[in-house]
Design a protein around this ligand. Structure first.
Ligand code: SF4
Ligand code: SF4
Length: 469
C-alpha cells in the first residue's frame, strides 16, 4: 500500500522501542467520544458474558467447558467427545476461513472491539490507571518523578488492584477448563487440598498480571500471530482505521485568522497520536501496530468539531476508497473466501445435525485368548464403551446381528447416563463350523428400548488356518 505523503521511514522502527532497543512506555491520553462509548457498551456485554459463562447451565450442562482432563467439551450446553474431533477440525478450518475473509474485508476490527486482550487492557486496566494515576501526561510525570512515599503508595494501590483483577480473570479462565463447581471447591478449600489447581490459579493470575501491568500493547504489536498475519491478509480494499490523506494533506496548523485555502484539513494538533494506545501515528498509513481501537477517530472528530471542519478525517475506510472515493468492493478474493466458507459451514451444520446420539467402541479384551469350548464353539471376549450424547438415560442392549451365534454380557448391564459413558465386557460365541479360519467380521447391533441406535463391526478371531489343516 503506497503512502503518498510520507517517506516511509517510520516503517524502520517501532513506536514503542527506541534506537537502543529500550522500551518506550506509552501514556495515551484518555479516549472519549461516540465510538468509545459504543466500545464501552460492547466491552461491558463481553465482560459480563466472559465472567458469567462458566456459571451458566443449559439443561444441566455447562454452557462452555473445555474439560481436557476428562476429555469432555461443552459448547452451548452440547457435549462433544474426542470422537467428535472431526467436527472440531472442521469448525477450526471454518473459523480460520472466516477470520481470513473478515480480515480481508474489515481489517483488525476484531482487535479493537472484541479481542479479550484489548477489552481488558483498554476497558478495565487502563480505565483503572486513569482513575488512580490520572490522564496520560500526568502518568508520564508520575513515572519520571522520584520515588516518594506518595508515589510508592499510589503504585502499591494500582498494582494491588491490578493483581486482584488478574486473580479474578485467572480464576475465571481456570473455570473454563475445570468447571465452576471444581473452581468453587478449590477456592473454598485450603490450598494444600488442591495443590495443582491452586498452582494453576496462581500461574494464570501471574500471567494475566504480567500481561496487563507490564507487557500491555506489546502483546498486540510483537506477539499476537493474528496481528502478524495482517500483512498478508489486508489489501487496498480492506476497511481499516485510516487517515484521509487526500483531505488531510498538506497539513498546516490552524489559525482562526488565516484561511485554509491550499491547506489540508489536518491541523497538526497531534491529538490522534497522543490518544493512541500503541503509540503510532495513523497519518503514516496502515501499520501492523494499529489495533483499530478507533480512539484516534474520536480524537480527530473532536478536533474537527472545534475548528468547524467536517468529521471523518480519520475514519473506517479502505485505502482504495480514500484514493478513488469508491465504497467497499466485494473483490474476487472475498468472493472465493465466501464460497469456501459457505461450503465449510454447510458441511459442519449437516454433520452436526446428523451426529449420532450414541457412540459405541468395541475392542477385543486385552490379553484374552480365543476359547474353543468342548462342543466346538469358538468364544471371543470384548470390551465395549458406550458414550451417550443425549440428555436422557439410555439402557443399552447388545444383539449379535451376523453371523449367527450368541452374544452374552459378562459385565454389569450397560446403562449410559445422560451425556456420560459406561462400559462392560461381553462374549460372542459362534459354532466352530461357521467360523472361517483367521479373522471373521461380526456385526453387533446396539439397541435402547428396542430401537437400534448404533451398529458396530469388529473382528472375531477363529482358529488359526494351520489348526484347520
Ligand atoms: S487529530 Fe486529526 S487534525 Fe489532529 S493531527 Fe490527527 S489527523 Fe491531524
Ligand atoms: S492508530 Fe488509531 S485505531 Fe490504531 S491503535 Fe492507534 S488510536 Fe487505535
Amino acid at each position: 500500500m503506497s503512502i503518498e505523503h510520507t517517506d516511509g521511514s517510520f516503517r524502520d522502527s517501532l513506536a514503542t522501542i527506541d534506537k537502543r532497543g529500550n522500551r518506550l512506555w506509552v501514556y495515551p491520553t484518555k479516549p472519549s467520544g461516540r465510538l468509545h462509548r459504543q466500545r464501552v457498551a460492547v466491552a461491558l456485554a463481553l465482560l459480563a458474558f466472559l465472567f458469567a459463562a462458566p456459571w451458566i447451565r443449559v439443561n444441566g450442562n455447562p454452557l462452555l467447558l473445555f474439560d481436557i482432563v476428562h476429555r469432555q467439551f461443552f459448547i452451548f450446553g452440547l457435549i462433544f467427545w474426542p470422537q467428535d474431533i472431526y467436527l472440531f477440525v472442521l469448525a477450526t478450518i471454518a473459523l480460520a476461513v472466516f477470520v481470513i475473509l473478515f480480515t480481508a474485508a474489515f481489517g483488525r476490527l476484531f482487535c479493537g472491539w472484541i479481542c479479550p486482550q484489548t477489552v481488558f487492557m483498554e476497558m478495565v486496566f487502563r480505565k483503572l490507571e486513569y482513575w488512580i494515576d490520572g490522564d496520560g501526561p500526568r502518568q508520564r510525570r508520575l513515572a519520571n518523578a522520584p520515588w516518594t512515599a506518595a508515589k510508592i503508595a499510589r503504585r502499591a494501590l494500582k498494582l494491588g488492584i491490578f493483581f486482584a483483577i488478574s486473580f479474578l480473570i485467572g480464576n475465571t479462565f481456570l473455570a473454563y477448563f475445570i468447571g465452576a463447581d471444581a473452581l468453587l471447591d478449590i477456592v473454598t478449600s485450603p490450598p494444600t487440598e488442591h495443590l495443582t489447581g491452586f498452582a494453576f490459579m496462581l500461574l494464570f493470575s501471574l500471567v494475566f498480571f504480567g500481561v496487563f501491568a507490564w507487557f500491555r500493547e506489546q502483546a498486540c504489536t510483537l506477539v499476537c500471530p493474528y496481528g502478524r498475519l495482517q500483512s498478508v491478509l489486508l489489501d487496498a480494499n480492506s476497511i481499516v482505521v485510516a487517515y484521509d490523506f487526500r483531505r488531510g494533506e498538506p497539513r498546516a496548523p490552524f489559525s482562526s485568522k488565516d484561511s485554509r485555502d491550499g491547506k489540508g484539513d489536518c491541523i497538526v494538533c497531534g491529538a490522534c497520536v497522543r490518544v493512541c494506545p500503541t503509540g503510532i501515528d495513523i497519518r503514516n498509513g496502515t501499520q501492523l501496530e494499529c489495533v483499530n481501537c478507533a480512539a484516534c477517530i474520536d480524537a480527530c472528530d473532536d478536533i474537527m468539531a472545534g475548528v468547524n471542519l467536517p468529521p471523518g478525517l480519520i475514519r473506517y475506510a479502505s485505502h482504495e476508497g480514500i484514493a478513488t472515493g469508491n465504497r467497499l468492493r466485494f473483490t474476487p478474493r472475498m468472493k472465493l473466501y465466501s464460497a469456501i466458507l459457505t461450503i465449510l459451514v454447510a458441511t459442519l451444520v449437516t454433520l452436526l445435525a446428523t451426529r449420532s446420539s450414541v457412540e459405541a467402541t468395541v475392542l477385543r479384551t486385552a490379553g484374552s485368548l480365543i476359547e474353543e469350548l468342548p462342543d466346538g464353539t469358538i468364544r471371543n471376549l470384548y470390551t465395549i464403551k458406550v458414550t451417550n450424547k443425549t440428555a436422557r438415560d439410555l439402557p443399552i442392549e447388545l444383539r449379535l446381528q451376523s453371523p449367527a451365534g450368541e452374544l452374552a454380557l459378562l459385565g454389569p448391564p450397560l446403562e449410559a447416563p445422560p451425556q456420560g459413558q459406561d462400559e462392560s465386557v461381553f462374549a460372542i460365541q459362534i459354532p466352530g463350523s461357521r467360523v472361517p479360519a483367521g479373522n471373521a467380521l461380526v456385526t453387533i447391533g446396539v439397541f435402547s428400548n428396542n430401537e437400534e441406535i448404533a451398529t458396530v463391526r469388529t473382528s472375531f478371531a477363529g482358529p488359526s488356518p494351520r489348526g484347520r489343516q
